[in-house]
Design a protein around this ligand. Structure first.
Ligand code: ZN
Length: 125
């Protein structure tokens, strides 16, 4: 008999809290982070992961580049030369600003993930 109920429920509890997908620490509410080109809405986790939140979900491509450049300390040449899953890892989440929680329903990954409105990027060691 398969008993998978408990495991699933555990994961759900963890994921609905606003935790970094890499280190599982709580992250702060997205705020305006100044950059050389302007600012993005997000922040940085103490593990080094940079996150960016796009409430409209329409500009995740730019949000992705902002976060990638920021995690490279705004070295755009370096940022543009990096390869996903080789130099860095991405995680797309669905963030609910009103309650400062993550929604489980629309979790996925990939730059064209339609449901994600928050992106975490962490450089690999
Ligand atoms: Zn973290």
């Amino acid at each position: 008999m398969a008993r998978y109920g408990n495991k699933i429920r555990e994961d759900k509890n963890v994921l609905t809290e606003p935790r970094c997908p890499f280190c599982r620490q709580f992250f702060d509410r997205p705020a305006e982070v100044p950059t050389m080109l302007g600012f993005f809405t997000g922040g940085q986790c103490s593990c080094g992961a940079v996150y960016v939140h796009d409430p409209t979900q329409k500009d995740m491509g730019n949000a992705f580049m902002d976060a990638l450049a920021y995690v490279c300390k705004e070295d755009w040449d370096l940022a543009l030369s990096m390869t996903e899953d080789v130099d860095y890892t991405c995680a797309y989440l669905s963030y609910v600003p009103k309650t400062h929680t993550l929604s489980l329903k629309s979790q996925g990954r990939g730059p064209y993930e339609k449901n994600g409105n928050m992106l975490f990027i962490k450089l690999k060691d």
